[in-house]
Design a protein around this ligand. Structure first.
Ligand code: SF4
Length: 62
């Protein structure tokens, strides 16, 4: 699994950070970014929760 944040949709609510801080961080502009590379297997569930929780549908999973 690879995950990215659509910068045009993200509004910086931070719900994703609360659910999976190992993958999601806020950048200096206050919007979410993701760690590079594939999501480790043990974090996939948390990322899926973040996808569901994002109110802007800004998290893109490949
Ligand atoms: S929950 Fe969605 S809108 Fe909020 S910071 Fe995360 S990616 Fe951005």
């Amino acid at each position: 699994m690879k995950v990215t944040v659509d910068a045009d949709r993200c509004r910086g609510h931070g719900a994703c950070l609360g659910l999976c801080p190992e993958v999601f961080t806020l950048n200096v502009d206050g919007y979410a970014e993701t760690a590079p590379g594939a999501v480790p297997d043990h974090l996939i569930g948390a990322v899926e929760e973040a996808v569901s929780a994002c109110p802007e549908q800004a998290i893109v999973v490949e």
